[in-house]
Design a protein around this ligand. Sequence first.
Ligand SMILES: Nc1ncnc2c1ncn2[C@@H]1O[C@H](COP(=O)(O)OP(=O)(O)OP(=O)(O)O)[C@@H](O)[C@H]1O
Length: 243
Amino acid sequence: MTTILRLDGVSKSFGALKVIDDLSISLAQGEALGVIGPNGAGKSTMFNLITGGVAPGAGRILFADRDITRLAPPARCRLGIGRSYQIPQPFAGMTVFENVLVGATFGGGRPERHCHDSCIAVLQTTGLLGKANRLAGSLTLLERKRLELARALSIGPKVLLLDEIAGGLTEGECQALVETIRAVHRSGVSLIWIEHVVHALLSVASRLVVINFGRLLADGEPQAVMNDARVQSVYMGIDEAAA
Ligand SMILES: Nc1ncnc2c1ncn2[C@@H]1O[C@H](COP(=O)(O)OP(=O)(O)OP(=O)(O)O)[C@@H](O)[C@H]1O
């Protein structure tokens, strides 16, 4: 299996606080990797390290075998690393279409027709085509989550990082979003999805990792990981002795 993304012994501290501690994780091409861990475990920081918003104190990050550890965030985006944020922050005064167009035209070099068509395709995939001319600021929470996904897809990612995209949705809304994420994955995009809504995550992820205090606690087949006594103790508060 080809590895598309790899963190190799990565560490990051903020002052005296070690947030990521010698973390090594790899993502295979086409894989859907789920990530869980307690609040403050370092999950979003891991995404910030991958996208380049935060620089590691040690270790390397490789994308398709290329060392991108020191590459600026826009260059990583152009290579095909897209992400969504926990709290959607669209351009509220712009339309849904314009929000997606920002990503589709990022970096330049693509013909106008190509950018237009790729925006339409992204809006279709994310179920927002009927809202293309609505102002982003007028969208419901589910629609804003869809737009967050659409903006991440607009750059044409090879690897998509989803940060708690299901948070705050009703069960029905969550199921609808899961269907969309499945469709994105089926189209060939490799995924890393951080999520506290575990049942949604497990319906997409074929592998699950657990991060605790910035370290890898478990990595493997999702059900086996969820049944791991250390994971139940740390993540679900189930006493190892009582388990
Ligand atoms: N830029 C920063 N400066 C200082 N501390 C930070 C910074 N970014 C994150 N932290 C701290 O690092 C720790 C890990 O934060 P992070 O957001 O990565 O955790 P998380 O696992 O994503 O948590 P959650 O599940 O609550 O979103 C927290 O204690 C947080 O306050």
